[in-house]
Write a new protein. Structure first.
Length: 477
């Protein structure tokens, strides 16, 4: 709408300015036409012009020239304009302002274009735009005709128009139309604001309800009593909310079932792995007993040791899955991050195959989280950093703390082999692991525990050079 108004304003403005210019030019031409006719009549009345009957040209002696000059000057003074008289060959005979012609500023010959129109085309009047240097003016040419209808001279009036009047008229119009459009825009703005407020007030309720839409809870419908366009929109919104609630419940059920299926498959796989060597060991021991193997006691001890190791592995699997399932049941409390982190680092300080480079902030860093979760997060990250280092190299792990706004970030870097580009997007996926053994829940648990403390975890890795994990926690005010 604004674009259309602006375009309309420009079109009307340009058209009106062109109209003013055209009217101004026509007015000047009409004034010149009237003036030159009056001057022609006065010139005929004031001076008796002798003509050469052979060639129909003026024959002017010295006395006649003075009389003509006097009459032209008088007529020029009366009408306030210059007057030039040319013969039929286009040569200047008399001028009310002879100085420019005497000095050679202006040619004493008639303008060739005007001469062509009057002499060749036999036009009764011709307007010509002419220039003297940078000064432009309009010249009106007209043949002087006797009582027989024969022309015997050309009369010229150069009219120096004042552009200031035209500019002032155009300026006044532009100011008027700008003020008018400003007033129209103001009125339109007030009306549009009133209408918009009525509409937006109606939509604000729908907007607030839409902001509160959440798949994790049941969304409320909007109550609307009027049967209008807004009522139709509200009805459609309520239908959408009902469908969304049904879809959310179905999705949640599907996700739970899918998660349990994946969890059951993973648990079955992890339990099956130790059961196989346990079964083989028991079958081997049973066969040895039946055959009366002489070193039966030594074989029994070996099988018992294998069974205990596999049972411990099963216990570890059950513990990890139990921890993963109970993350949401954490107990939030005020935890000094430095105190907990120092406790974890102290456990690894005696490892001769590990070099720790520690830069911690020398101040209490209180975060609201589960203390056990904080311990598990950094224990898991340090253990991963150690395991990522090749066995023939010493593991170098750098731990650094720094503040960013009202948060603290812990950076843990290692000199391991890095994370391949193809698996980076799966690093925090449950049950995903690059190790030959393990449940693949470590980093998934870390992510869920960090998010439970309203924090963030991410990493940067360069293949062959190492990986850096970042853990960010909001500090308690």
């Amino acid at each position: 709408i604004i674009f259309i108004c602006v375009v309309s304003f420009l079109v009307i403005g340009v058209a009106t300015i062109l109209f003013f210019i055209n009217r101004y030019q026509n007015t000047n031409r009409e004034r010149l036409s009237k003036s030159i006719r009056i001057m022609e009549s006065e010139l005929k009345s004031a001076v008796v012009l002798n003509r050469d009957s052979m060639n129909n040209t003026l024959s002017i002696n010295q006395a006649d020239r003075k009389a003509i000059e006097s009459s032209i000057k008088r007529i020029s003074e009366i009408h306030g304009t210059d007057v030039n008289l040319y013969d039929l060959n286009g040569r200047l005979l008399v001028s009310s302002l002879p100085l420019p012609y005497i000095k050679g500023i202006v040619s004493t010959m008639m303008n060739p274009v005007a001469f062509y129109h009057l002499h060749q085309n036999q036009e009764v009047q011709y307007f010509q735009k002419e220039e003297i240097g940078k000064l432009s003016y309009v010249s009106n040419y007209k043949p002087v005709i006797d009582e027989n209808g024969d022309k015997y001279a050309y009369l010229n009036i150069p009219y120096f128009t004042s552009q200031e009047d035209l500019k002032e008229e155009i300026s006044n119009f532009i100011v008027t139309i700008i003020n008018l459009n400003a007033f129209i825009f103001l009125i339109a703005g007030v009306i549009a604001l009133f209408i918009t407020n009525r509409i937006t007030r109606t939509f604000s309720l729908i907007g607030e309800k839409m902001k509160k839409i959440n798949l994790e809870k049941r969304n409320e419908a909007i109550t609307w009593t009027r049967s209008d366009e807004i009522g139709q929109l509200v009805a459609e919104y309520n239908k959408m909310v009902d469908k969304l609630n049904d879809s959310a419940q179905a999705l949640a059920k599907t996700e739970r079932e899918g998660a349990w299926r994946e969890m059951a498959k993973q648990i079955a796989h992890e339990i099956k792995n130790p059961l196989t060597p346990m079964k083989l060991s028991m079958q081997y021991l049973q066969k040895a007993i039946e055959q009366g193997t002489p070193n039966i006691m030594e074989l029994t001890n070996s099988v018992s040791k294998t069974l205990v190791e596999q049972i411990d592995h099963l216990s570890m699997i059950a513990s990890e899955f139990s921890q993963f399932a109970n993350i949401e049941n954490a107990r939030r409390e005020d935890v000094d991050l430095n105190e907990t982190l120092n406790g974890v680092l102290q456990l690894y300080s005696t490892n001769e195959q590990l070099e720790l480079r520690i830069i911690l902030l020398q101040q209490p860093l209180i975060v609201e989280a589960d203390r056990t979760h904080i311990n598990r997060i950094f224990t898991n990250l340090l253990q991963n950093a150690i395991q990522a280092t090749p066995e023939d190299e010493k593991a170098i792990v750098a731990i650094e703390e720094f503040r960013e706004g009202n948060s603290v970030i812990v950076r843990i870097s290692d000199n391991g082999h890095g994370i391949d580009d193809t698996i980076r997007e799966h690093i925090f996926t449950p049950n995903f692991t690059t190790k030959s053994s393990g449940t693949g829940l470590g980093l998934a648990m870390c992510k869920r525990m960090v998010e439970h403390a309203r924090g963030k975890i991410w990493f940067q890795s360069e293949t062959g050079k190492g990986t850096t994990f970042f853990v960010e926690f909001p500090l308690k005010d």
